[in-house]
Design a protein around this ligand. Structure first.
Ligand SMILES: Nc1ncnc2c1ncn2[C@@H]1O[C@H](COP(=O)(O)OP(=O)(O)OP(=O)(O)O)[C@@H](O)[C@H]1O
Ligand SMILES: [Mg+2]
Length: 476
């Protein structure tokens, strides 16, 4: 966008003169060109709109009474078009048309120019409008710059999210690593135990029993769960005593494993009945070694599975490797966002999900919608200050998908509510909020998807409601 510098003799700009009288058009164009402006003309409303759409103008001089599309029609369409709304319109009018002028001003025209044209009045009115336009352009270009800044802020958000992600990944990664490290020793121990067992002779029923015990140990490893430490150590002591009595050298080492495997001294006594006393140490050592290997495999598998799940969520959250516009499953997007925010959500905050079943997919910019959910949920978490309930709700309504993010925090005071979507509006301490989260969300929902975003709030309940059309993102 170019912002014209102020000229020595006042502002100059591109002016569109719209009048159905050729004589009027010529007169105005001549005066304006003498004053240094660049002028284009249109003979009716339809032509005017076509020219306004084709090239940028700084001011429009608009006649009211015209064939085809009159001045009101042009004004109405300009106000309804985001790209034309900010171009100041000066209405051209005869002295007896004052009611029409008032109506135009009410519709959004900024000024009027009486006929017959007086070059001094024309210059004055035009200067005011051009200044106004220049300031608006300036404001817009600043905003544009800030939006660019927000792009880098987006990276910062990603940085924040990845810090949370690193935290989430840490536990399963450490568990998998630990499991893998121990597995080598456990496999060696199992080989030894197998060798010892194979040196013994077993009867057919004993062989069958061993097969069964091995399978039980594998199955038990798959559903490993820790019992309370106290109960565990009591049990371990009892089992260790039993094992020592049975002649096991390394009773203290095997006892915890057998306890995890579900044995107490009664169960061991029952097991011992199936074997000869000299066989027992080798059988029990083999059983414990089998269980160890399988439970470590389980631990590695679970850790790796959790890592894969988190990476998958991250991939889905960012819509990595996918086209920008997708058939988006909104429930899934909300879920992925909750996974991404899990480390922030853990303390004291419960999440209630009220997802509509069979919610239709919507055509949307998936990763940008997730940015909106992130901003809304982030705000809700901040508002609740570590304690409260977050409700995430979806439903379908009249060709729209509706998403509500509700929290039971302190609410937004009525005097603040009208400003929450303004750029840079924040009530947070410097450094903890830029005040752009809701502004960007508004842009994504309203401008990019043709949806709406609204807030209802009172003390103890704040609800942001987003409505998105099911069929399609907005053009452009
Ligand atoms: N759920 C909520 N409860 C209470 N106040 C809220 C809530 N959501 C938003 N607000 C208010 O709206 C303001 C603007 O929110 P917005 O997300 O745009 O910026 P921010 O959160 O302050 O900063 P950031 O750019 O980091 O998101 C917040 O500072 C807060 O005062
Ligand atoms: Mg925010």
């Amino acid at each position: 966008m170019t912002v014209e510098p102020e000229q020595k003799n006042g502002e100059v700009g591109r002016v569109l003169v719209v009048d159905d009288y050729p004589m009027n058009r010529m007169k105005l164009a001549r005066i304006l060109e003498q004053q240094g402006h660049t002028v284009d003309v249109a003979g009716d409303g339809v032509e005017a709109l076509a020219k306004l759409k084709a090239a940028p103008f700084d001011v429009v001089l608009l006649d009211i009474v015209m064939p085809e599309l009159d001045g009101y029609g042009v004004l109405e369409r300009m106000i309804g078009d985001g790209a034309l709304r900010d171009i100041p319109v000066i209405v051209i009018s005869a002295v007896d048309e004052i009611d029409s002028v008032v109506r135009c001003i009410e519709m959004g025209a900024v000024d009027y120019l009486p006929k017959p044209f007086n070059p001094i009045v024309l210059r004055a009115r035009l200067q005011t409008s051009l200044q106004r336009k220049r300031l608006r352009d300036l404001e817009r270009s600043y905003l544009q710059q800030e939006i660019m800044l927000r792009q880098s802020e987006k990276l910062a958000t990603l940085g924040r999210l990845s810090a949370g992600m690193a935290h989430e990944l840490n536990n399963p990664a450490a568990a998998a690593k630990r499991g893998a490290d121990q597995l080598r020793l456990a496999v060696e121990a199992l080989q030894d135990a197998n060798d010892r067992r194979n040196q013994l002779t077993f009867s057919d029923p004993q062989r069958a029993r061993l097969l069964e015990l091995g399978k039980q140990a594998q199955a038990r490893a798959r559903q490993f769960e820790q019992s309370s430490a106290l109960a565990q150590s009591d049990l371990e002591y009892a089992v260790e005593t039993w094992l020592e009595a049975a002649g096991l050298d390394d009773a203290w080492e095997v006892a915890p494993t057998l306890v995890n495997l579900g044995y107490d001294d009664d169960a061991l006594t029952a097991l011992a009945e199936g074997f000869d006393r000299p066989q027992l140490p080798a059988v029990l050592a083999w059983l414990a070694a089998t269980y160890n290997v399988y439970s470590l495999l389980e631990e590695v598998g679970q850790g790796a599975g959790r890592i894969a799940e988190l990476v998958g969520a991250l991939k889905m959250y960012t819509f990595m490797d996918q086209a920008p516009v997708q058939a988006v499953d909104v429930n899934q997007g909300l879920e992925n966002t909750l996974v991404m925010l899990r480390s922030k959500l853990r303390a004291g905050i419960t999440v209630r999900r009220e997802y509509a079943e069979n919610l239709p997919r919507i055509e949307a910019y998936g990763s940008e919608l997730n940015q909106v959910w992130t901003n809304l949920i982030d705000n809700a978490i901040d508002a609740m200050d570590g304690q409260g309930e977050l409700v995430v709700r979806t439903r379908q309504e009249d060709g729209l998908v509706v998403v509500e993010i509700e929290d039971n925090g302190p609410g937004i005071p009525p005097s603040v509510q009208p400003h929450v979507f303004d750029p840079f509006f924040t009530t947070k301490a410097p450094g903890s909020g830029t005040g752009l989260g809701l502004n960007i969300s508004h842009h994504i929902i309203v401008d990019k998807h043709g949806g709406t975003i609204e807030v209802r709030s009172q003390p103890g309940s704040t609800c942001f409601e987003v409505k998105l059309p099911i069929d399609g993102v907005k053009e452009g």
